[in-house]
Design a protein around this ligand. Sequence first.
Ligand code: ADP
Length: 262
Amino acid sequence: PFDASPAEGDSAQMAGGVVAIIHDVTEEQRLEQSRRDFIANVSHELRTPLANIKGYTETVLDTPDLTGEERERFLSVVTGEADRMARIVKDLLVLSRLDSNKMDLHFVPFSMEASLRKVYEAMLIDARKHAVELTLEIDHSVSEVVGDCERIEQVLVNIISNAVKYTPEGGAVRVEAEQSADAVFVKVTDNGIGIPKEDLPHVFERFYRVDKARSRAAGGTGLGLAIAKEMVEAHGGSIDIKSRLGEGTEVFLTFPVLQRMI
Ligand code: ADP
């Protein structure tokens, strides 16, 4: 019915108009649906730890003969769940600021090399804990980029910790950086569990997780990649992901380099 062939008088033009209106409504409905899904997701994500906090606290209160060890175990679940809620709320605040352009980004020239080395050092402990080998290779010519250094470091932490988290013991994660005429590229490669093809287009969506239980157990909020994407885009850069199930994942980050005025 929506023939795109050249207009044939008034009716064809009318048809064109109708198509445009239908399209608009669909887009509006899609946005409305994604807003509803988002609110449902937030509620669900907060309700689960809240239910655990209530359950374990009540058990401690209602069971006077708990051993000291049991009490400690239950209360550590409670603080763990409170920490999870705090992480979710913190990530949501970052996203909400990014959405409304109210994120206070301090753009200054900074050394991507220094940031990568700092993040790498910090992540070594995490990698060792997971028995994953972490390596860093930086092209000698990586130049400065302009941006909010702390926020970019947070993005790097997110991506590298994902790589470590989703790589079984004995695996390897490689962080590489190189330079082109107008951009710095960072690539994080792991040989971990990989992402199924059908899930790959969705991993930058808020709360999207391939394996919810695994992500939760690893302390994930499902918001890390969504934040990374928006943050990198707020810096004029881009983020891309390639993956093969059971073989591993590659995440590519691109940051534009300020061209010096002559
Ligand atoms: P999470 O907090 O769950 O890690 P993210 O937004 O960081 O959330 O990532 C979304 C999902 O993408 C993860 O739950 C996981 O399923 C998948 N994922 C991200 N990075 C990797 C990776 N390096 N290897 C395998 N799966 C990954």
